[in-house]
Design a protein around this ligand. Structure first.
Ligand SMILES: [Mn+2]
Length: 511
């Protein structure tokens, strides 16, 4: 959906969820401003049983001039818009939540639109933009505003609001994983003094108490050095504060903190050992019932009540606790860890495969940046750091994944190709120089190449979750899930690889 499609309506309500948080306020504020600037009769509201009381949100409303009203009845809503009693708004747009959802008070309007970043809850109206992969609804709105050619940075109150929305919905950006979220974080020109002020009134006295009680009830699992903590419902950033604190405790290597809300459960995950990436653990915990992600040390996620109930799990604290206990146990017990530097692969049971010749792309790094430059390449799979050397080649794989290798490695595994390069993915990778912060698109520099088809490999399907620390990266593991493949080069069996099942069949032929 484009925001401009909303302009065909005149009397408009923008509504965020009950008990608004900073992301809901930021998103509603941005949509309100867009519609107002386009001459619409529009108001921004929320319903529910409570008026906003948290001090950071009250500051946000006052300092950024967010014109939001707390309404309880349809009549109040009509009055706000100057409509006659019993008359309905032409359009109601829900932000940071979906119309008819439990957490959004129901008001009636002639048309409904939805802008959100949660899991899709039910049938969506024609006018909707729900991006479950985005860390904040503010990001969705920011991107929609950009699509309309609007310079968000021209209004520092707006950009500060959006920035704070993402910050609070991603635990101070530590749980970000999608490149568009990172783009927004990096591109917004916000007021840092205002953000500092908000941050310092983040936790209410009540939440401090909640955190204290939660820590008293922490469960520690000695065998695998992790802790699980349940907190009473609170702001997600309080979960992050609790999990950060837990990680500093001796013998706690990983932790999971969660809080149960009406329609969903929020989780925060931390890890300080290289054998567990927090983002991967968060994904594992949420698999099939929600969404998780973030970074290697800090991650988070949310689990949908509806999806738990589909799996016939009761939405009660004891059965939720049992759910987390067994997910954590599965994670730590059912996996194998391989350190390639000290591992001898057993080749029995492995089959011989030949690599197919496939299209990929490459960029001569010095075509883009000078030798010695440090830069970050932003891709759909995350940020990749590169240091440009004379012979650095940036390779774009068949799924749009990016890596930097030396020319000799390139010559070994790839062949140049004369056809035009066509990028296969959706998010166009960019490169940002550390020196001047310049952002360039990579694709215009890309040429076509083929993966060399003659390398041979022994491989087998995995039955267990397997983590491999390769010889080249002893800090970060490759993860294989059951059904994926593990393989070694025929002429060098200490070179261990993991391939996703689908990719494996695309790249290799059984000999
Ligand atoms: Mn949100």
């Amino acid at each position: 959906m484009r925001l401009s499609q909303l302009l065909e309506f005149d009397n408009i309500i923008v509504q965020c969820h009950n008990n608004p948080d900073a992301d809901a306020l930021a998103s509603g504020f941005a949509v309100l401003k867009y519609l107002r600037d386009n001459g619409k009769n529009v108001r921004f509201v929320y319903g529910g049983n409570f008026e906003i009381a948290k001090s950071n949100l009250k500051l946000m409303i006052a300092d950024l001039g967010i014109d939001v009203d707390y309404v309880k009845t349809q009549d109040e809503l009509a009055k706000l818009l100057g409509l006659k009693e019993g008359e309905f708004p032409d359009l109601l747009i829900t932000v940071d939540g979906q119309y008819l959802e439990g957490n959004i008070q129901k008001f009636t309007a002639k048309n409904i639109a939805i802008i959100d970043h949660h899991q899709v809850e039910g049938p969506l109206p024609k006018l909707s933009e729900v991006r479950s992969y985005q860390a904040s609804c503010a990001t969705v709105v920011w991107d929609l505003l950009k699509l309309e050619g609007i310079d968000v940075n021209a209004d520092i109150k707006l950009s500060t609001a959006l920035y704070y929305g993402l910050l609070t919905d991603s635990n101070n950006f530590s749980e970000l994983h999608h490149p568009i979220d990172m783009d927004m974080r990096d591109e917004l020109k916000f007021s840092s003094s205002i953000i500092t002020k908000f941050k310092n009134s983040n936790i209410s006295q009540e939440e401090l108490r909640i955190a204290g009680i939660a820590l008293l009830g922490s469960e520690y699992y000695r065998d695998n050095h992790y802790a699980i903590v349940k907190t009473d419902p609170c702001d997600p950033n309080v979960l992050g504060i609790i999990s950060d604190m837990l990680l500093e405790v001796e013998d706690v290597e990983c932790c999971l903190v969660y809080s149960i809300h009406e329609g969903s459960i929020k989780i925060s995950v931390r890890s300080c050992v290289k054998e567990v990436k927090a983002d991967e653990l968060a994904q594992f915990i949420c698999e099939g019932v929600g969404n998780g992600g973030g970074h290697t040390v800090k991650a988070g996620g949310s689990i949908q009540r509806r999806l738990l109930e589909i799996q016939e799990l009761d939405y009660t604290p004891p059965s939720i606790q049992q759910f987390f206990r067994s997910r954590m146990q599965d994670y730590f017990y059912n996996n194998e860890i391989i350190y390639a530097t000290e591992y001898e692969m057993d080749l029995s049971g492995m089959k011989r495969y030949a690599r197919k010749s496939l299209k990929a792309g490459y960029i001569v790094a010095t075509d883009v940046l000078p030798v010695g430059a440090k830069a970050v390449i932003r891709t759909i799979q995350g940020d990749v750091k590169v240091e440009v050397e004379e012979d650095t080649i940036i390779v774009i794989g068949i799924r749009g994944e990016v890596s930097a290798i030396s020319k000799s490695q390139f010559d070994k595994y790839f062949e140049k190709d004369s056809s035009e390069y066509i990028y296969p993915g959706e998010y166009i990778p960019t490169i940002r120089s550390d020196e001047d912060g310049r952002i360039l698109e990579l694709i215009p520099y890309a040429h076509s190449c083929l993966t060399a088809g003659d390398s041979m490999m022994f491989a087998k399907e995995l039955n267990n979750r397997t983590k491999v620390f390769t010889k080249h990266d002893t800090e970060k593991y490759l993860l294989g899930k059951p059904g994926d493949y593990i393989g070694v080069l025929e002429d060098n069996t200490s070179e261990i690889f993991i391939f996703e099942r689908e990719i494996f069949h695309k790249i290799f032929d059984l000999i």
